[in-house]
Design a protein around this ligand. Structure first.
Ligand code: PLP
Length: 453
């Protein structure tokens, strides 16, 4: 077996998930041997700048010894436990305190999961318990938005506003899908950002009234949508929709899985977009991807109500064996310390300027309809016609081709339909960001050369 290539061994043993199979057939997998800072190096020695930080998560790169040291120390001290039956471990308590202290809005308590999906899934059950215990068991519907991504477990998939969930018979009757706040794509001709936001808030209210406010449990929203294509909402979007939610007593859940801990150039996406959540989900950057971690933070109001509900039920019958794992918590404490106290967050703010201005400059390219983003997250959306914003035909696989060309030049970026999305590590230098932008320009020219008339 060892004589076979890693690619071959992978192809014959591994069942691929979230992998575009036609591209895999033509481009093959990349099997990574090791990492150095923001670079990954594959088994044949090719080196790539990870322009997506893995899946937006390896924010401190791939060789941060302080994180592996924190893990080793905790493994040697107390290698694993759970948080059920009133048991807990020191790093878990410390991380809970730290998260509450750093939260963008007053939050009163927190619990941990192994992933973003599990965190969202947990919130659905928490809300259902809360409403049921308050004598409102019919408040089960969940509001979400077209193009949202909230995870891959069943309810988290249902909350994901992408077409592929339909193949699973989702989202199902308990999900209410609202407008995507993407002004460039969905604003009416002549409609400004503020008017667009006002229209979406009016649509939200209409929808709540149609469904019946007494049937709605909560609304999930990423501050900036990530896997939906890096959609930054209009500046007044949350200011306009929040009063509507408040009017009907609908809790707002900020899914900060991508945005949390600096990705948007603010410590929390919530702060960047004026979101005032009742519940906050964090994951990814929280442990810089060095351990599977998720967190759910509850406002004082939700904490009080969910605690009262747990007392009625005698417990919140929910949790994960390894949620709040002491090693994951020790790593997260160190990752958060490095991001907030060792200049990394400052670096994000600084290199974001280079990144965003460079991206915006690419909007002049004949194939780019919109260059958008915030902080160290961005997207380039291609169009066949800049005036009509018509996308290229899916058969052209434009996003895949741009990504392939970039990969051939040593840069990993992520295709998303006819767009590509980018999320460089927080430790990227100005020079590395400039190289990434220069390669993007070059590959856009190459791909454009093959599709223009
Ligand atoms: N929520 C958001 C906004 C995400 O981007 C993701 C994953 O990318 C998730 C939830 C799901 O997290 P996980 O893949 O850790 O389950």
């Amino acid at each position: 077996i060892a004589a076979q290539s890693w690619e071959r061994r992978e192809a014959t043993s591994f069942f691929h998930t979230f992998t575009d199979l036609p591209s895999l057939k033509t481009d093959g997998p990349v099997i990574i041997d090791h990492g150095e800072g923001p670079y990954i190096i594959d088994t044949v020695g090719r080196r790539y700048f990870e322009g997506n930080s893995g899946l937006w998560n390896m924010t401190l790169g791939f060789s941060e010894r302080r994180l592996s040291d924190a893990a080793l120390k905790q493994y040697q001290e107390f290698p694993g436990y759970h948080t059920f039956f009133g048991r807990n471990s020191k790093p878990t308590v410390e991380l809970a305190e730290r998260m509450l202290k750093l939260a963008p809005a007053p939050m009163s308590r927190v619990f941990f999961t192994n992933s973003g999906s599990e965190a969202n899934e947990s919130i659905v059950k928490l809300l259902w318990m809360m409403w049921a215990a308050e004598g409102r068991p019919e408040r089960r519907k969940l509001l979400t938005r077209k193009n949202a991504y909230h995870g891959a477990t069943v309810m988290a998939s249902a909350l994901t506003g992408k077409d592929y969930v339909k193949a699973f018979g989702l989202p199902g009757p308990e999900i209410v899908t609202l407008d995507c706040p993407h002004a460039w794509r969905f604003a009416l001709p002549g409609e400004g950002d503020d008017e667009f936001a006002a229209r979406l808030a009016a649509n939200l209210e209409t929808r709540i009234l149609q469904e019946g406010p007494e049937t709605i449990a909560g609304m999930f929203a990423e501050p900036v949508m990530g896997a939906g294509g890096v959609i930054v909402p209009p500046a007044t979007y949350f200011a306009k929709i929040q009063p509507v939610l408040q009017r009907y007593g609908i809790p707002l859940i900020a899914d900060e899985v991508i945005c949390g801990f600096g990705r948007t150039g603010s410590l929390w996406g919530t702060l960047a977009v004026g979101q005032q959540p009742d519940i906050i989900v964090a994951s990814k950057s929280m442990s810089a991807g060095y351990f599977p971690m998720g967190a759910v933070m509850l406002s004082a109001d939700i904490d009080k109500r969910a605690t009262a509900a747990s007392e009625v039920w005698e417990e919140f019958p929910h949790g994960f064996t390894t949620g709040g794992h002491p090693v994951g918590c020790a790593i997260s404490l160190e990752a958060i310390r490095i991001i907030t106290e060792e200049g990394v967050f400052e670096n994000v703010k600084s290199v974001s300027e280079t990144f965003q201005s460079g991206l915006r400059a690419l909007a002049d390219h004949p194939m780019i309809g919109e260059a958008r983003g915030m902080g160290l997250m961005g997207a380039l959306e291609t169009v066949a016609d800049k005036k009509t914003k018509q996308s290229f035909s899916g058969d052209l696989r434009i996003g895949e081709r741009i990504s392939k060309e970039a990969r051939d030049r040593g840069f990993i970026i992520r295709p998303l339909g006819s767009s590509v999305v980018l999320a460089p590590p927080f430790i990227s230098t100005h020079g590395q960001i400039e190289e990434l932008l220069a390669v993007l320009k070059e590959v856009l020219d190459v791909v454009y050369g093959t599709v223009k008339g």
